[in-house]
Design a protein around this ligand. Structure first.
Ligand SMILES: Cc1cc2nc3c(=O)[nH]c(=O)nc-3n(C[C@H](O)[C@H](O)[C@H](O)COP(=O)(O)OP(=O)(O)OC[C@H]3O[C@@H](n4cnc5c(N)ncnc54)[C@H](O)[C@@H]3O)c2cc1C
Ligand code: SF4
Ligand code: SF4
Length: 1004
């Protein structure tokens, strides 16, 4: 039933949602806290924001302004109405180069702003690690800063004016140029002046990050400027709708000096010794952090560059210079600090190092098991010279409690993001949590440091505000709060301990103080229980469904605008379409926070799961490796086990069978697929979109063509191997469902390439479908059965040899040393050598989603010997590229002059770096290639064929279409995924090819 406040807020015309799905989505941010709001509003302009805030205030509903929700302190959650400024309000206004300023909407994301400014030679200085999703209003509200604080300062240093919505709905412009809020300014001025001595005593100079609470010491230096009070006010005074901000010229040059140490203490001491070199940044990372990059595809290149495996160390300082780079780097080297140094000036290499640093926080939380590095004392800063002593103090706190912690962060600013490893599910660790918090607050006070430097006070630090500020200064801040927000409407319970006065007509928490251990996420205090027995291994990490689900710490990395993760969020901007949204809703379902209290079936769960493309983009890109494709498959499977497998899912699981039937009578089958009344009926009864073309069946199946052809005489013009005999031994070509029944020309092209390379090609007789279609429907029993059949068929040497049907009339007699697997030093051959059967032939895949079944999902299905088989399975193009890398002349290609754009399949991207594809194409003389920065095409197997998902599928594809539109005219498009080619062929004029076709056509 709609309450009176809800009705009044809805009448404003703003998009406001009070449904349970929205309430659960916005119940958490990136902190350890959870509070369910009454709903969320998504204003499109300042007037809408004003109307909503006024209506909420009039009905006693509190307001929590929110950006991307990356707050680590619980600042972006609360019991009232969340006002999400990130959904709309992403306009960047006119750039004023002379004044060096630009106007931004509240929801503009930092990377978006910097992409806009870069071509003009400018940037926004403060560089939060969450730059891919943090909003400018969120940054202003938290007075965020980053690694380059020594030269750029904090966000507050860059605010020229603000457009704000006050608690009574007034829209005001504030800043030195504006005369607004005269009475408030006068009052605040008087209050602050009276406390100047107290401030000087409590806050001696030397700290370059912020003090907690409102910027009263800044206001003292710049009287009359309310920006100083509002920046850093954490949404407790007003809502920021837009801002005019200062911009900075891009640095002319950059260089990095990396110094490797045997201990954290030595690194801290060295920081002090490096400050005189005036670096732009000194960042510290330590072993608990960089150990998390082990076995992570995304970070392997960085690990190699830092030589972490060959030359172990305990801690690294990343020292960056912007001016006089060569000279200052050589001065750094001359100081002979630490175990060794490494100098980098190449932009790509420097970016690799920064990628590790920027992912630091999420990497740490990605550790396996219930104990995680917890954010609660992670934002304390001291003067840099105090760092060695401060770290010793922290270690003295941790040691008696037996706690480990990482000490990474902004060393040049004296801010270390220390996160003790605690299991918040356990009562004893909860006690330690409090002990550490209490003692750290006292330690910081002893150093006259700042307990909250850039992440906000939020829920995590409000309790300690009195100790940190003292009664006098806290009193001044309370008066300021009252001047702006007399009814305590804005973000109550943050900075000041008293929570919201009233919410939805109810009195909430009046007088209940905010405590660090109140409002913890429910799964900490009431451990999750599964109503089903998980069947998947979660083999890559965690080895547990709950373990992987709890990896989602809310950091919002999946809300970025660029692929691969998460394509549905990129397309829609909706929280529920992000990996975080999905993980939060699965948690809500298991905690019975969904309507109907059924953990396996609810509208909320459907909204979260049914739109996930199972593209696997999150697994490598999420720093904690949340694997939504697996979580979804497991939830669907549990549902099917209980409620039965629906007909549509059954049909989609059986595309291989449909292929066999279709190819038995292709004319009839194809005519049926084109017959509109039948398609309309299929849409009505099965929900298969009539707008979507369905793949036609071929007249001659690929396997049949393969069986009857004779080498050198084939009517399809497949050539004999070079020099007439297969010289490299045997390869098995996996003739997937689509190549076999729909696109045999791709298989034929692959055979041509492989034989030209000197391989004897064979198919796996009696192979079954790889099981991918069944897996993506959550039909895991069927997928496991198919997988087991295929693994058994291919894994044992006996069954391999008996099941192989030779492609040639001749028998291959090559000794193992002449085979590709044994002779080459490529990664592929190295893997082959590791296998139990070094002479077992490589198995090559044309379809990336089948390949990923063999190398990834069979392990997840716990299929015996799948690991061993995976060592022999290669993506066709990778195998060919590896070989040409060893022997560039193994194939002769015709000259050409085309440009080629490659759209890698998302399953390929999730398991390997696709950069090699460009190299492969550029082996063809005269070709220029680009690997498109794209994610899932939106087709995702059967997803794009579903009537109810067709629109979303097209929306997701737009990103790919835009990238293709930006290519020069005449560019050839390579897409090795069947779904991707289908989507492109259906919705554009492009006729994409498989990589095998490009190579086959180019063979001289
Ligand atoms: C992995 C990780 C790394 C981080 N690294 C850094 C870092 O390097 N440096 C740093 O400074 N911070 C860092 N943070 C903290 C956080 O990302 C920043 O504070 C960021 O600027 C918050 O932006 P947001 O859009 O997510 O704001 P939110 O989290 O949504 O909100 C933050 C605060 O701002 C308020 N707010 C949001 N929008 C408005 C508005 N329109 N009007 C008024 N108040 C508003 C909210 O009420 C809340 O109190 C990190 C966080 C994570 C999870
Ligand atoms: S899914 Fe990963 S990237 Fe997204 S919020 Fe969760 S932990 Fe962060
Ligand atoms: S599998 Fe793909 S669509 Fe699903 S949550 Fe992960 S990135 Fe998003």
């Amino acid at each position: 039933m709609t309450s009176a406040p809800e009705r009044k807020i809805k009448q404003t015309g703003c998009d406001v949602r009070f449904d349970n799905l929205t309430r659960q989505l916005y119940a958490t941010d990136a902190s350890i806290y959870q509070i369910e709001p009454i709903g969320a509003a998504f204003p499109k302009n300042a007037q809408q924001a004003a109307a909503v805030i006024r209506a909420a205030a009039d009905t006693g509903v509190s307001i929590i302004p929110r950006g991307a929700g990356t707050s680590l302190s619980g600042g972006a959650i609360g019991e009232g109405l969340i006002v999400d400024f990130s959904r709309h309000n992403r306009q960047i206004g006119k750039l004023d180069v002379e004044k060096r300023s630009v106007r931004v909407g509240a929801g503009v994301v930092l990377d978006q702003l910097n992409d806009f400014l870069r071509p003009h030679g400018f940037c926004f200085g403060p560089d939060v690690a969450t730059s891919a999703r943090a909003t400018l209003a969120g940054m202003i509200a938290n007075n965020s800063s980053g690694a380059r604080c020594p030269i750029y300062g904090t966000t507050a240093d860059h605010v020229l004016s603000l457009e704000i919505v006050m608690a009574d709905g007034r829209i005001e412009k504030v800043g030195p140029m504006h005369k607004s809020l005269r009475a408030e300014r006068a009052k605040i001025d008087k209050l602050i002046r009276a406390q100047s001595a107290e401030m000087a005593d409590r806050w001696p100079p030397g700290l370059i990050k912020r003090w907690p609470g409102y910027g009263i010491e800044r206001f003292l230096r710049a009287p009359d400027n309310l920006n100083e009070i509002l920046a850093g006010s954490e949404g407790t005074l007003a809502a920021i709708f837009s801002a005019e901000v200062k911009i900075s010229p891009l640095p002319r040059e950059k260089g990095l000096g990396l110094i490797f140490f045997a201990s954290v203490g030595e690194a801290m001491q060295a920081t002090v010794e490096l400050l005189d070199l005036k670096p732009a940044a000194i960042e510290h990372i330590d072993r608990p952090l960089f150990d998390q990059t082990k076995a992570q595809l995304l970070f392997q290149a960085a690990r190699d560059l830092l030589e972490l495996d060959a030359k172990p160390c305990e801690s690294i300082l990343i020292v960056e210079f912007y001016e006089d780079v060569v000279e200052r780097l050589s001065m750094l080297q001359a100081r002979n600090l630490g175990l060794r140094t490494k100098i980098l000036t190449d932009a790509a290499q420097m970016n690799l190092v920064w990628s590790v640093r920027k992912s630091g926080l999420s990497l740490l939380t990605g550790g396996i098991g219930p104990a995680k590095p917890v954010a609660f004392i992670e934002d304390a800063a001291v003067r840099p010279a105090q760092l060695p002593e401060y770290v010793r103090g922290l270690q003295l706190i941790m040691k008696p409690l037996g706690l480990e912690a990482s000490y990474y962060g902004h060393a040049a600013s004296g801010l270390l993001h220390v996160r003790p490893v605690l299991d918040l599910h356990s009562g004893s660790d909860l006690k330690k949590f409090r002990q550490v918090a209490d003692q750290t607050s006292a330690l910081v006070r002893q150093f006259k440091g700042s307990l909250s430097a850039e992440h906000g006070v939020g829920i995590a630090r409000t309790e300690y505000m009195r100790e940190q500020l003292g009664g006098e200064l806290l009193g001044v801040m309370r008066e300021i709060k009252h001047a702006f927000d007399p009814k305590n409407i804005f973000n109550p319970g943050k900075i000041f301990e008293v929570g919201s006065a009233r919410c939805a007509g109810r009195t909430l928490q009046r007088g209940v103080p905010t405590r660090i251990d109140n409002h913890l996420r429910e799964n900490f205090t009431r451990p999750l229980e599964l109503p089903f027995q998980p069947v998947l291994a979660f083999a890559f990490k965690d080895r547990s469904f709950i373990g992987n689900l709890e990896q989602c710490n809310g950091c919002a990395g999946c809300r970025k605008d660029t692929p691969i993760m998460c394509p549905t969020f990129i397309a829609t901007g909706d929280e529920v379409m992000s990996t975080r949204g999905r993980a939060n809703i699965i948690r809500a379902a298991l905690e019975m926070r969904v309507n109907g209290h059924d953990p396996l079936r609810s509208a909320e769960l459907d909204a979260a799961l049914s739109n996930c493309l199972s593209c696997k983009g999150c697994t490598p890109e999420c720093p904690s490796n949340v694997n939504l494709a697996l979580l979804k498959a497991e939830m669907l499977y549990a549902r099917h086990q209980r409620d039965g497998l629906p007909l549509r899912e059954r049909i989609f699981s059986s595309v291989d069978l449909l292929g066999r039937i279709g190819c038995a009578m292709p004319s009839l089958a194809n005519a049926s697929l084109n017959f509109r009344p039948l398609r309309a009926l299929m849409e009505k009864t099965l929900g298969i979109s009539a707008k979507r073309s369905l793949p036609h069946y071929t007249r001659e199946r690929f396997d049949r063509w393969f069986a009857r052809r004779k080498v050198g005489t084939s009517r399809c013009d497949v050539r004999t191997p070079q020099r007439g005999v297969p010289t490299r031994g045997k390869v098995i070509l996996w003739d997937d469902t689509f190549v076999r029944y729909h696109e045999p020309h791709i298989g034929i092209a692959a055979v041509k390439v492989l034989e030209a390379l000197g391989f004897e090609v064979a198919l796996a007789e009696n192979r079954e479908c790889c099981g991918r279609p069944a897996f993506s429907q959550g039909n895991l029993d069927a997928a496991a059965k198919l997988g087991k059949h295929n693994v058994d068929l291919l894994n044992s040497a006996g069954s391999q040899l008996s099941s192989l049907r030779s492609a040639t009339a001749r028998q291959a007699t090559n000794p193992p040393s002449s085979s590709y697997g044994a002779a080459s030093n490529s990664p592929a051959s190295a893997q082959l050598r590791l296998g139990k059967q070094p002479s077992a032939p490589p198995i090559l895949f044309l379809e990336p989603s089948c390949w990923s079944m063999f190398v990834d999902d069979y392990r997840e299905l716990k299929i015996e010997n799948a690991d061993n088989l995976a060592k022999h399975c290669f993506l066709f193009e990778k195998f060919v590229d590896d070989l040409l890398g060893q022997e560039p002349d193994a194939l002769q290609f015709k000259n050409g002059s085309t440009t080629v754009a490659i759209h890698p399949h998302c399953h390929a991207k999730s398991l390997m770096n696709p950069a090699f594809m460009r190299r492969l194409v550029e082996r063809l003389p005269g070709r220029k290639a680009t690997v498109l920065d794209t994610g899932c095409c939106g087709m995702a197997g059967a997803f794009g064929a579903l009537a109810e998902k067709y629109g979303l599928s097209v929306q997701v594809a737009q990103h790919l279409f835009d990238k293709i539109d930006n290519q020069p005219p005449g560019t050839e498009i390579i897409a090795s995924g069947t779904s991707c080619r289908h989507q492109l062929t259906d919705l554009t004029n492009v006729r994409p090819k498989h990589m095998a076709e490009l190579l086959a056509e180019a063979i001289a």
